[in-house]
Design a protein around this ligand. Structure first.
Ligand SMILES: [Zn+2]
Length: 328
């Protein structure tokens, strides 16, 4: 039986299994006077569907009484079950404008995203066979997000969840359209994948996304660092009591990684060569390689944006080089 946790009056934290090392995505279910609202839906595969059926029984939720589904972002572990949930409940599904566009781009019919990811990999030095595996691996994801829901763009500045009013805060970084929800009186934050306990949220550069996601991420961290928060409720891992402390740890992690990548770049290395050094301690699957490359690119592009690295192309392959080595 799913280990449902009641966080406060009318707020339930629901572990929905995902077939990834983080094991669960935590969705949040809110009891309203006239029904229920939901934040995030999960990844579409049989274990997650079974978990939801048990949750509805356990909490005595009539699925037809779920009014709205608010999506924190478009990634498959959060978004994937939305269409299934919508068919079951008839709920409206809301997502930020930025991620609405990414849903169309990444999960839409005739999406070219997987081939574009493959092409970016090759351009950044990934060997052809691995790039092909990465591309195929990504293509397989689409069956975990279907049926696609009908989506409404979330334009409200505030939403009602559990009878309380929550501010909608756009925190681009992990995705361009990631949203958090903040409840100022109870000082609660629905943090989604913006800040996680233990693991650091993946900040990656993908085709069609902002050219500098890490820069966006740093300012989004500052945005929530300024708020009074007693308890942050993330979408993976444990709840966070000391959010500011966790934010500084995450900042330090990225600073360390930026320094490391800067030093590996020397007088010209590909993102693949740099990623191979950064992640040399573990054997990566094609799925993990995809994130390793995209995360490395986000850091390298940040270093380019602050003038520490320069980027050049030789025979269609991109190299990053320390700026101070130029003409040295
Ligand atoms: Zn996630």
């Amino acid at each position: 039986m799913p280990n449902i946790e009641q966080i406060a009056k009318n707020i339930y934290r629901i572990p929905i299994p995902v077939p990834f090392p983080m094991k669960y995505v935590y969705c949040y279910l809110f009891q309203e006077v006239d029904g229920w609202n939901l934040v995030d839906a999960g990844f579409h595969y049989p274990d997650a569907v079974d978990a939801w059926k048990q949750v509805f029984r356990q909490l005595r939720v009539n699925p037809k009484h779920i009014r709205s589904i608010y999506l924190t972002h478009f990634h498959p572990d959060h978004f994937g079950l939305t269409g299934w949930m919508q068919e079951l409940t008839g709920a409206k599904a809301f997502i930020s404008k930025e991620d609405y566009l990414m849903v169309e781009r990444v999960w839409g019919q005739n999406s070219r995203q997987a081939s574009l990811v493959g092409a970016i990999c090759k351009q950044n030095g990934v060997p052809d066979s691995l790039a092909t595996q990465i591309e195929e691996n990504m293509r397989k994801l689409s069956k975990h997000v279907t049926p696609l829901p009908s989506l409404t763009i979330l334009e409200e500045k505030e939403v009602t969840l559990g009878g309380r009013s929550w501010k909608v805060i756009l925190v681009p970084g992990h995705s361009d359209g990631l949203v958090n929800f903040y409840q100022p009186e109870h000082q609660l934050l629905l943090a989604a994948d913006h800040v996680l306990d233990k693991i650091t949220p993946n900040i990656s550069l993908w085709p069609g996304c902002s050219p500098n996601p890490l820069k966006n991420y740093f300012s989004s961290l500052s945005k929530i660092d300024e708020l009074d928060i007693q308890l942050a409720l993330p979408a993976h891992g444990a709840v966070i009591h000391q959010l500011q402390k966790r934010i500084s740890e995450i900042r330090r992690h990225h600073e360390k990684r930026l320094n490391q990548m800067f030093s590996f770049a020397k007088d010209g290395q590909t993102a693949y060569e740099i990623a191979s050094k950064v992640f040399q301690h573990k054997e990566l699957s094609p799925h993990q390689w995809r994130f390793a490359i995209a995360e490395t690119l986000a850091h390298l592009e940040y270093l380019v944006s602050i003038g520490q690295l320069i980027k050049m192309e030789r025979n269609g392959i991109i190299f990053y080089q320390q700026a101070n080595k130029k003409g040295a």
